[in-house]
Design a binder for this molecule. Structure first.
Ligand code: PEP
Ligand code: MN
Length: 354
């Protein structure tokens, strides 16, 4: 399905990405107003705050709901900033619209659920507000596009995607792994869809916000959503990743906006995608070698030979067959695994002889 899109028309400086800033959660009238005033004084045009908070475990702060919408309304009246919040149910949509919320976004837990997305789409029928759909928690581009299609089919044309990274079982430096090849592929599939990066939920820590924001711009993102709190250490949710309005302003000021990196040049875009996959290949290989070294240690302790031919043949056969199923020549896969195996053996011999 082809998306019917219209420009978002959000306030931004020419050639710069637009920036949405504000706390993870609207905690109190005072916290909302103080943060908003500080952000507005730094020239911020768009304010975010979570009014309903999806929490992993019950018992955490789940948002103030309707009373917080009144504080948001006050932000709009007193600062002129546009206001945005997360909606997860049709009731949220109805209330958000009632209180004049300008930008609605759909969270990562909700976009992963087609039933919830359809219910939201039905509640958003024909609205003119910009609606931003965060990527689902799992790295599934089709699910993300499906979520956008549902909203678009309801006549919502001012759409954007928010890239906030993907959850992973592996321990990484990120809270949610960027997997840049996914938003790059999204850009290739739907070139006119603006993509916003959320470095706060991606990095999960303050130090990663600046580098991830720059990387997002280099990748051609159109906007940023950054969590900012007047007193980050005391935040009721996501404290580690929130920064003061002053720091947010400093970071945004430091960013280097590049000339449109991949919007026009299809080849460049595909090469970026290849670079990302190569990067992942290396990371995967290094993880595999780490396990091989552990096996080397085991072999040493148990006085086993490094090369175990039955196991080696099993790998070559199994992966050769899998490669064929995935459209690659069995010979090619065999060569790749012979080389990988050679390096594993080299590393294990080093360990065994230590
Ligand atoms: C948020 O933006 O505060 C949030 C809950 O984000 P996500 O849905 O990306 O986890
Ligand atoms: Mn948050």
């Amino acid at each position: 399905m082809e998306l019917q899109l219209e420009p978002l028309n959000l306030p931004s400086d020419q050639k710069r990405p637009f920036v949405i800033c504000g706390p993870c959660s609207a905690e109190s009238e005072e916290q909302v107003m103080t943060t908003a005033m500080q952000l507005a004084s730094k020239g911020c045009h768009m304010f975010r705050a979570g009014v309903w908070k999806p929490r992993t475990k019950p018992g955490g702060f789940e948002g103030h709901g309707e009373p917080a919408l009144k504080w948001m309304q006050q932000v709009k009246q007193q600062t002129g900033m546009l206001i945005g919040t997360e909606v997860a149910t049709p009731e949220h949509v109805e209330l958000a619209l009632k209180y004049g919320i300008d930008i609605l976004w759909i969270g990562a837990r909700t976009s992963a659920n087609p039933f919830a997305m359809q219910a939201l789409a039905d509640a958003m029928q024909g609205i003119e507000n910009p609606v931003m759909v965060k990527n689902p928690v799992n790295p599934d581009l089709e699910l993300w596009i499906g979520a956008l299609e549902r909203i678009n089919a309801a006549g919502v044309k001012h759409l954007a995607a928010i890239h906030r990274g993907f959850s992973s079982f592996d321990k990484t430096i990120y809270r949610n792994v960027p997997m840049w090849q996914i938003p790059i592929e999204l850009r290739r599939r739907i070139p006119d869809l603006p993509i916003v990066c959320d470095p706060s939920h991606m990095g999960g820590k303050r130090e990663l916000i600046a580098p991830l924001s720059q990387q997002a711009l280099d990748m051609g993102c159109d906007g940023l959503m950054i969590e900012s709190h007047c007193d980050p250490d005391k935040a009721w949710s996501d404290a580690k990743q929130q920064i003061t309005p002053e720091v947010a302003d400093f970071i945004v000021g430091m960013l280097v906006a590049r000339e449109s990196t991949y919007t026009t040049d299809g080849l460049k875009q595909l090469r970026k995608e290849i670079d990302e996959y190569d990067n992942e290949l290396i990371q995967l290989l290094s993880k595999r070698m780490r396990v091989c070294r552990e096996i080397g240690q085991y072999k040493k302790e148990h006085n086993m030979t490094v090369v175990q031919t039955t196991r080696y043949n099993e790998i070559l056969d199994k992966r050769g067959a899998q490669g064929t199923l995935c459209g690659m020549g069995a010979d090619f896969i065999k060569k790749v695994f012979e080389n990988i195996h050679e390096e594993s053996v080299r590393q294990q011999i080093e360990i065994v002889n230590k």
